[in-house]
Ligand binder design. Structure first.
Ligand SMILES: [Zn+2]
Ligand SMILES: [Zn+2]
Length: 340
């Protein structure tokens, strides 16, 4: 199979011809149709995340069809058997970032598998979707809403899912600020507006076209991250990987407000006076996703309906897509269109 392979960070991906993987116990072999490009892929390529599997096939927003199903675990009661049994040959399947957990650590046992001590991640510590085929543990795969095509649904698998987890952390905040109005913000703002929240969009200072796009989507206010919103916010989500935005967002909060950092990587956060945090303001982060986040998100997304905005690239153009993304020159989510 053809695959784009990362041999080491800070080097371009290499096109390789690799043997097709074989599905192990409880795994699906998936013929990949599309794989969306995520900012996390850039962080891996740029060496900003520690200890990736190397060589590595990137990509964790994978849409494909089941080509083969590995042997199932012994005994009908195992949850692995149950999950895999819901997929049949030919079914469409979505493969997200969370690829495997031990099911056994204190986090898994308390409904927080996103924090599992031994979790493995697609396109980071497991091979991902910049290839014609992949194998995935059936327990972590999703059935996808039928209303979406293979290209448009791909960005929902990470920008959508992890954005949704960030959004849920804001509770019932009425005035919601979103810093960094990229892919995740674009998807989550649609749900927030659908649920009657007032969205305040913060972009790079002077980025009028993104501000205009946010207003067209239904944001009540849009401006630069250096601007003060007209009202205090109940919550703010930061999707930009810029630590300086944390104290900025904190200062925009009403009493008891929360700042949620939605990214996997951020530059250092500058110090700030305690008075900005006082009055029960909270700063938190979101890590990974749980399968429950996915199930909830794929229920609500087609009802809104959440619309994605994509630009397709061939598998061999993965480096081009990453370079354009890094340079901020993409107006849409890059999606690798790999097979029909
Ligand atoms: Zn665990
Ligand atoms: Zn991602």
């Amino acid at each position: 199979m053809r695959a784009m392979v990362l041999d080491k960070p800070r080097h371009p991906l290499q096109l390789r011809d690799l043997p097709k993987p074989k599905p192990g116990r409880g795994q699906l072999l998936v013929r990949i149709s599309t794989c969306a490009v995520c900012r996390t892929d850039l962080h891996v390529v740029d060496g900003e995340l520690p200890d990736p599997k190397l060589p590595l096939i990137l990509g964790h927003q994978i849409v494909g069809h089941v080509e083969e199903i590995g042997d199932m675990w012994e005994g009908p009661q195992r949850p692995e058997t149950k999950a895999a049994a819901t997929f049949a040959i030919g079914d469409r399947v979505g493969i997200p970032w969370l690829g495997w957990t031990d099911g056994d650590c204190s986090y898994c046992r308390s409904g927080r598998e996103n924090l599992c001590d031994n979790a493995r991640f697609t396109g980071y510590t497991l091979d991902g979707g910049y290839a014609e085929f992949t194998v995935a543990d059936a327990r972590y795969c999703f059935h996808l809403p039928e209303r979406y095509g293979d290209v448009e649904v791909a960005p929902l698998l990470c920008a959508g899912l992890i954005g949704y987890r960030s959004y849920r952390k804001t509770g019932d905040a009425r005035r919601l600020g979103v810093y960094g109005f990229g892919n995740a913000a674009h998807l989550i703002a649609q749900i927030a507006i659908y649920e009657g929240r007032e969205v305040f969009a913060f972009t790079r200072p002077g980025d009028k076209s993104t501000q205009q796009g946010a207003k067209e989507l239904g944001a009540i206010w849009a401006g630069g991250s250096d601007e003060t919103p007209p009202e205090k916010l109940d919550a703010a989500i930061i999707f930009a990987s810029v630590g300086q935005l944390v104290p900025v967002a904190l200062r925009a909060l009403a009493k008891g407000g929360i700042v949620v950092c939605g990214g996997i990587h951020m530059t250092d956060i500058p110090s700030f006076p305690y008075v900005d945090l006082w009055e029960e303001r909270v700063i938190t982060s979101v890590a990974n996703l749980t399968r429950r986040d996915g199930e909830e998100f794929f229920q609500i997304a087609p009802r809104v309906p959440v619309q994605t905005h994509t630009e397709t690239f061939a598998l061999e153009q993965a480096n081009t897509a990453l370079d354009l993304f890094r340079a901020g020159k993409l107006d849409a989510t890059a999606v690798l269109a790999i097979s029909k």
